[in-house]
Ligand binder design. Structure first.
Ligand SMILES: Cc1cc2nc3c(=O)[nH]c(=O)nc-3n(C[C@H](O)[C@H](O)[C@H](O)COP(=O)(O)OP(=O)(O)OC[C@H]3O[C@@H](n4cnc5c(N)ncnc54)[C@H](O)[C@@H]3O)c2cc1C
Length: 318
């Protein structure tokens, strides 16, 4: 067995990649098949994800659109459908800022294909990113809509938004390596998108996992204490049983004996406003200590990276 400390990485380098690359990179975390990424792997991976309905993978890329209309009644018609899972702000009477993930835009069109502004957005995105929308192309093909101008904003343009708008429209992903108890708590934050290493697919007896189970160093027990010794013994015994079960059953069956201390990887993707909500709940003293171990330094990193939104905040304000 292996014991490692908890850690995190802000995946800001992915922000510089194409949406397809970031979707594949994040999606492969579930299967721990990052080693299968090649120059030709992205397209079949994404087609497979859409076909099999592994929908949350399509939430791992958000984009921001500036939509200008000739008549503000088109905006009213759009708002009447009560768009879900999108952030939108009216910059001017006839200008709308809309941010959503690939999945949110796909389903916006799938469920409201008669609304003119939505048709215009789908036509724009369908032409710009055919891979994500090819199964939704209408019989006549994508038809741009008169009176609606759609443009995708660059990341630099989003980053230049005022603090209020930035908090809603800037999405950022963080990869966290922690134990299963912590991820069980993190996934309660509903506005986020999550992708997590799957114990159904990962077979820890395989070479690529070192033929062993990895556990997260418990922060409750110091090495050399009786508590640590008991914890270590329990993990060793569990690993032995898990590996024995794998000789005759599948990972999804054998995983039923794995404990909370098991190492897992999770990508959490959310806008800055939701991250702020998470820091408010997960850094104070009443939060779970292993959660605080991640969230306190993560908050410090966000303060530095997104000073416009987090710069004036400190842990005492939560
Ligand atoms: C110290 C602590 C102890 C906890 N103990 C327990 C426990 O014993 N048992 C337990 O089950 N959970 C527990 N939780 C989890 C807690 O109840 C929340 O589920 C979790 O913290 C997610 O936070 P949230 O619901 O505020 O916001 P999120 O899910 O992060 O949502 C963010 C915002 O989205 C909005 N929102 C999202 N979905 C809805 C909705 N369906 N309806 C209305 N508004 C919505 C809200 O405005 C909310 O502010 C605990 C959490 C903490 C921090």
């Amino acid at each position: 067995m292996k014991v490692i400390p908890a850690s995190f990485e802000i995946l800001d380098k992915l922000d510089q990649q194409s949406m397809a690359t970031r979707i594949e990179t994040c999606g492969r975390l579930c299967y721990k098949s990052e080693d299968k990424i090649t120059s030709d792997s992205t397209e079949p991976f994404i087609r497979g994800i859409i076909k099999h309905g592994h929908n949350s993978v399509m939430e791992m890329a958000a984009l921001t659109l500036k939509v200008e209309v000739d008549s503000d009644s088109l905006i009213m018609q759009f708002l009447e459908v009560i768009p879900r899972y999108l952030q939108f702000d009216r910059l001017e009477k006839k200008v709308l800022l809309i941010t959503g993930t690939v999945r949110a835009f796909r389903e916006l069109y799938r469920d409201n294909s008669s609304v003119k502004l939505i048709k215009a957005v789908a036509a724009y995105l369908g032409e710009l990113h055919p891979l994500f929308f090819s199964d939704l192309v209408p019989k006549r093909g994508w038809v741009p809509q008169s009176g609606v101008k759609v443009n995708k904003m660059t990341l630099a343009e989003v980053d230049a938004l005022s603090a209020d708008l930035l908090a809603k429209h800037r999405y950022i992903a963080v990869k966290i390596i922690t134990n299963r108890a912590v991820t069980h708590e993190i996934v309660r934050h509903r506005p986020c998108t999550f992708l997590q290493e799957s114990q159904r697919y990962c077979r820890y007896s395989d070479d690529k996992f070192g033929s062993e189970v990895t556990f997260i160093k418990p922060m409750f027990y110091e090495k050399g204490t009786e508590g640590y010794e008991l914890w270590e013994r329990a993990m060793m015994e569990t690993e032995k049983i898990y590996l024995k079960l794998l000789e005759s059953s599948s990972p999804q069956a054998a995983r039923t004996v794995l404990p909370n201390s098991c190492k897992t990887e999770i990508i959490v993707y959310a806008n800055l406003l939701e991250w702020l909500h998470i820091f408010r709940l997960r850094t104070p003293k009443n939060a779970e200590p292993s959660m605080r171990e991640i969230m306190i330094p993560l908050f410090a990193a966000f303060k530095e990276k997104f000073a416009t939104v987090f710069g004036d905040l400190s842990l005492d304000t939560f």
